[in-house]
Design a protein around this ligand. Structure first.
Ligand code: LP5
Ligand code: MN
Length: 246
């Protein structure tokens, strides 16, 4: 059996090639994989922007139907929030038979504990973002936001995207990358020596330099390539595949 991890697809009507690539990925890597797949973990930023489960779009419905085909095939489907889709709710997950998992969830692969994160909280130098995150992850704030009409939510999300792009232009690559010490700290605190995350769009396998060692596997965002991590009984591998443009 194998376990598959993906993140940062940023699904949007603007990139039908990525949506198509994801639907092919489901068949190839999940339902019809040579070695049967037992679970798929989506580690955040699956959608480019999610403003509430009640905002139904053709894309959302199409994606839900395809996600349901995964769980209907007996494959466990786990979804973690990213900074773009932290408003995915229980209703979305119930509809497709998926389980919402917390950032920082520990799973076991071949009986070894593995820490799963989106990755945004590891970027400790990005204090502006972390302050913003604090606000929008507050349940009362989310309740208030979700009570607004969909058109108003869309407008706010659009404004925020613009602000985020402007602010990213002023931030150094260093600020927006993972703080290695923080990664080592989180790994040690959870007694794991393997961390899997996305968010930074810098796919790589990093050995950690702390005395305890360990590895940080970083998934890439889907653009020209799709990225995945596949864990078999004895090994784990980060790989990419080409996405055919529209
Ligand atoms: O997303 P990305 O990769 O471009 O940048 C992220 C961080 N930015 C964000 C913001 C999102 O892009 C906004 C889109 C959300 C869409 C759906 C949300 C629906 C709910 C609406 C929620 C309000 O996450 C960016 C990081 C970068 O990753 C690298 O890690 O740097 O962080 C920022 O840009 C945050 C800024 O530094 C500060 C933002 C100031 C916003 C001020 C408004 C606050 C008031 C909120 C209430 C409306
Ligand atoms: Mn992200």
């Amino acid at each position: 059996m194998r376990t598959v991890f993906i993140s940062d697809l940023h699904l949007t009507e603007k990139r039908p090639d990525i949506t198509r690539a994801f639907f092919s990925f489901i068949k190839r890597e999940c339902i019809n994989s040579d070695t049967p797949t037992s679970a798929l973990y989506i580690l955040g930023d699956f959608f480019e922007a999610w403003i509430g489960d009640d905002c139904s779009t053709l894309l959302a419905e199409d994606v839900k139907t395809h996600l349901e085909s995964i769980t209907n095939a007996g494959i466990d489907l786990y979804i973690m929030h990213g900074n773009r889709d932290f408003l995915i709710g229980q209703s979305f997950c119930n509809d497709i038979g998926a389980q919402l998992i917390q950032d920082g969830t520990i799973i076991h692969l071949d009986e070894k504990p593995v820490l799963l994160m989106h990755g945004d909280t590891l970027c400790t130098q990005d204090v502006q973002y972390l302050a913003f995150r604090e606000v929008v992850r507050n349940p009362a704030w989310q309740h208030d936001f979700l009570s607004k009409p969909i058109s108003e939510r869309q407008a706010i999300a659009q404004q925020l995207r613009q602000k985020s792009q402007e602010s990213a232009a002023d931030k150094s690559e260093y600020i927006m990358d993972v703080d290695q010490q923080e990664a080592a700290k989180r790994l040690n605190a959870s007694h794991c020596n393997l961390l899997i995350h996305g968010h930074t769009h810098r796919p790589a396998v990093h050995p950690l330099t702390s005395p305890e060692g360990g590895y940080r596997y970083v998934l890439g965002d889907w653009d020209k390539y799709g990225w995945m991590i596949v864990a078999n009984d004895s090994d784990i591998e980060l790989s990419k595949f080409q996405i055919t443009p529209s």
